[in-house]
Ligand binder design. Sequence first.
Ligand code: ATP
Length: 117
Amino acid sequence: MIPFIKSFFYAFDGIIQFFRSERNGRIQLLLGCATIVLSAWLHISAGEWLLVIGNIAAIISLEMVNSAVEKLCNLLHPGQHPAIKFIKDVAAGAVLWSAVCSVVIACIVFVPKLKLL
Ligand SMILES: Nc1ncnc2c1ncn2[C@@H]1O[C@H](COP(=O)(O)OP(=O)(O)OP(=O)(O)O)[C@@H](O)[C@H]1O
């Protein structure tokens, strides 16, 4: 049980380190909180909450993985390499992809409700 609790605290520390060191992560957290406030204000349905929360979780999780991949690349190969470019660009592309999906979800969930106000 103790190793399990220890690994939980290491993972929690990873979350803290991420938000302390990554400006993009802090911006995404702020945008996520603003989206949650907007969702509560507009009284979105349970299904819409699932979409919104799932998307916020996906963006922040992907940004965390992207940051870790970038750090690993810089450590393993400080010089230029086409494979490093591919790895970094694909990892960054995953964050962009989820951000584009979040804009589509925002249009579907929020725009009709804002029009009714
Ligand atoms: N070691 C590398 N070898 C080849 N291409 C790289 C390398 N490091 C970064 N690139 C590429 O250079 C472009 C610009 O990278 P960017 O300015 O975002 O720097 P980064 O190294 O990815 O980020 P950071 O400076 O935060 O570590 C991106 O396409 C990235 O994939």
